[in-house]
Design a binder for this molecule. Structure first.
Ligand SMILES: [Zn+2]
Length: 498
């Protein structure tokens, strides 16, 4: 039933919250000419071999960019905004750790607690906080810092205490930013459903079940244990009401987000570094939420893939997805997979992650897919990806976390093989980038044709988890936006040549 719900019906269901997507009526008769002149303008930015990044910045800021499909909500809000929220709560910052101290919490011996206002008055301390709460200034001067992947993932521990406090405000900030850079759609990984799996079992049962899951040698053995956990959870009213509360939270915060120019949808996720019973509880709760709410369109798995638990339990997690696919075949799956580089983990761990995300979990979209060249069956995998999935390319994130960039990036393989690709930001608050900049990096590094770039933009709607009717509406809107954009770029090209 849910699958037939379009944006229009959803607007009715959320009456007062959303209006219909209406087509714009600004179509030029000479669209085709403007297309070829825009393409020529784009190519002119590469004259002499050195990409004109200033012009590319303008070009891609104005260009309609369809959707951002690999997008973490909490990693997208800027540290400065989180500090506003800390101030609004009247919480404090610990001067020793630069962590948030909520009302009633204590800090370490000999450390001061200061207000956000006091922090801002101390520029050195404030600038230091920004290096811990984001990737800002990581590379431009020497200072005490953890390795880049740790710096990146640690940021979530700093702002995590306040990140889910003002979700309605946060979603509106994301929408405002999207509108300013001509992004029509965001599919954001919002949060876990937030159920503690161990609370549903007596004594050491949860521990025993986790051990059994880790010992299981096959899908069948795994399924037997997952059956036990599933019946305990779904048979408990507390679990179902937690899922319903999550759905209500999403629907309330979504109020006012969708309109004629913009649509947002949500993924929930499990955290792959946690105990197996917790990972499965998050996945099951996420599947139930996605099954029930048209706003929740997919279930992901997040956190560092090179973490010891994430590596040891990788196949188990894929089997959990496979199990849930059998129970809820309509729930969409986008998985972080292959976010690994040579030397980061033992060689064996580079050989199967993307493949299992496809073969076992049947992910429709792969997030990152960087370890492709080292996958044992990479040739068969490429064919499978080309025919059955899409890969989410996150250039800034891959460069910072993995050190993979330029001619090392498997974009070069995926693009020439014809694997469907989408361009995404990952965590634009932590990385302090935006979607336009991801296209600038793509163009300046790899010089794909304008036609290919447009293909990626349309892919970001085609491979989204929107309903078919919603995809059609957004593609229609995209067509109209491109007509306007190509007319503007044609005029600009003429003026720049004068
Ligand atoms: Zn990600």
């Amino acid at each position: 039933m849910k699958k037939q719900l379009s944006v229009i019906l959803l607007a009715v269901l959320l009456s007062g919250c959303a209006s219909l997507i209406a087509p714009h009526a600004d179509i030029l008769p000479n669209g085709a000419d403007n297309l070829s002149i825009t393409s020529k303008f784009y190519e002119s930015m590469f004259d002499g071999g050195n990409p004109n990044v200033a012009k590319l910045n303008l070009f891609f800021t104005k260009m309609p960019k369809g959707g951002d499909l690999h997008h973490h909500y909490s990693g997208t809000i800027y540290a400065e905004t989180y500090l506003d929220w800390v101030a609004k709560k009247d919480w404090r910052i610990d001067t020793c750790t630069l962590r948030i101290v909520a009302a009633g919490e204590r800090t370490g011996e000999g450390c001061d607690l200061i207000t956000v206002q006091q922090l801002l008055a101390d520029d050195t301390l404030y600038r230091k906080l920004l290096t811990l709460w984001s990737d800002k200034d990581y590379q431009n001067h020497s200072h005490d810092q953890p390795p880049p992947d740790s710096n990146f993932f640690n940021t979530f521990g700093y702002f995590g205490a306040v990140s889910d406090e003002y979700t309605d405000v946060g979603l509106n900030i994301l929408k405002e930013r999207a509108l300013k850079e001509n992004v029509l759609y965001i599919e954001t990984m919002l949060s876990r459903v937030g159920v503690r799996g161990a609370d549903y079992f007596d004594g050491d049962t949860a521990k025993t079940l986790s051990q059994l899951l880790r010992k299981a040698q096959s899908q069948e053995e795994t399924d037997t244990v997952l059956d036990r956990i599933t019946s305990a959870l779904v048979g408990d009213k507390r679990f179902i009401s937690s899922v319903n509360e999550f759905i209500a939270m999403v629907e309330n915060n979504h109020c006012g987000i969708d309109d004629n120019d913009f649509v947002m949808r949500y993924q929930t996720y499990a955290v792959r570094v946690l105990d197996p019973i917790q990972v499965f509880t998050d996945l099951l709760a996420g599947y139930l939420a996605a099954e029930k709410s048209p706003l929740i369109v997919g279930v992901n798995i997040v956190a560092p893939e090179n973490n010891g638990v994430a590596l040891a339990d990788y196949t188990l997690h894929m089997r959990m997805y496979r199990y849930l696919l059998g129970k809820y075949p309509h729930v969409n799956r986008a998985l972080h997979a292959g976010e690994l580089a040579l030397g980061m983990v033992r060689p064996k761990d580079l050989t199967f992650h993307i493949q299992q995300a496809r073969d076992i979990a049947q992910a429709q979209r792969i997030g990152h897919g960087i370890d492709l060249p080292y996958e044992q069956h990479c040739l068969e995998l490429l064919k499978d990806l080309k025919d059955n999935a899409a890969v989410e390319i996150n250039l800034t994130s891959n460069e910072f976390i993995l050190g993979v960039e330029g001619n090392e990036h498997p974009y070069l393989i995926y693009s020439s093989y014809g694997v469907p690709l989408v361009i995404a930001t990952d965590d634009s608050g932590v990385s302090r980038n935006n979607l336009a900049n991801e296209y600038v990096l793509l163009a300046s590094r790899y010089h794909p044709s304008y036609a290919r770039i447009k293909k990626y933009v349309y892919n970001s709607i085609q491979y989204s988890f929107l309903e078919p009717a919603d995809k059609a509406s957004l593609k229609n809107l995209l067509d109209k936006r491109f007509v306007i954009f190509e007319r503007e770029m044609t005029n600009l090209y003429g003026n720049l040549r004068k």
